[in-house]
Design a protein around this ligand. Structure first.
Ligand code: CA
Length: 219
């Protein structure tokens, strides 16, 4: 159906990168360091990192959250877009994976902006709520275990200010969300997408970008 979407074949995708991608050398180096990782597919695409950096700048964000760091590419993209006194609360449970990214955060000169918390994200977020940080954040990115999305979203919705933005990755899940769920992750994403569609606490947009990126702006 014309006008609905453009098939992003390899040639066109290369064109997009060649004609719009701007990466810090540390970002390119981190992508290269992650390329042969057994979970390399978990890394966001570079144009998505650039888009998230744009969102951070549009929001004039200073306090940000990331749930699911993997090897740190998205954290690096966000940290590069933050002002020098901006901070990213980066939540992950894996020392093994995040350890890969940390030298590149240093290389880019943004390591001081990234507060990496190696613990279950809900513990970290609940602790921040307990210490009075509700409404303190401008931007949050959720990209972790799919069965946890709803709980992460509810915490983020309390932690971001009105007008703040929550970006949620993989909400199209390779297209599986539009088919009958064969597994728990797909079912969780289907329920999450349904919930956000009707959630009057936010303005919502599901972008058919990368693997699906939902933007929820807190009203
Ligand atoms: Ca993802």
């Amino acid at each position: 159906m014309p006008g609905r979407f453009l098939t992003l074949d390899d040639v066109l995708y290369e064109y997009v990168l060649d004609n719009s991608l701007r990466e810090h050398p540390a970002q390119a180096a981190l992508r290269e360091a992650t390329r042969r990782h057994r979970y390399a597919g978990m890394q966001i695409a570079p144009e998505q990192g650039q888009f998230m950096a744009m969102l951070v700048k549009l929001l004039d964000a200073r306090r940000t959250i990331e749930i699911g760091v993997f090897t740190g590419y998205s954290a690096l993209a966000v940290a590069l877009a933050l002002p020098d006194d901006g901070r990213l609360l980066a939540c992950d449970v894996s020392d093994e994976f995040t350890r890969i990214g940390r030298p590149f955060w240093e290389q880019a000169g943004v390591a001081h902006k990234i507060d990496l918390q190696l613990a279950p994200a809900l513990d970290t977020l609940d602790a921040r709520l307990t210490t009075g940080e509700a409404g303190h954040y401008d931007f949050a990115f959720i990209d972790a275990d799919k069965s946890g999305y709803d709980a992460y979203y509810e915490r983020c919705l309390r932690l971001v200010r009105p007008g703040g933005l929550i970006a949620v990755d993989n909400t199209l899940w390779g297209g599986d969300v539009a088919r009958s769920a064969r597994d728990a992750d797909t079912a969780a994403l289907q329920a999450f997408n349904r919930k956000l569609h009707g959630d009057e606490r936010v303005d919502v947009s599901l972008l058919p970008f990368s693997d699906g990126l939902t933007l929820a702006r807190k009203r």
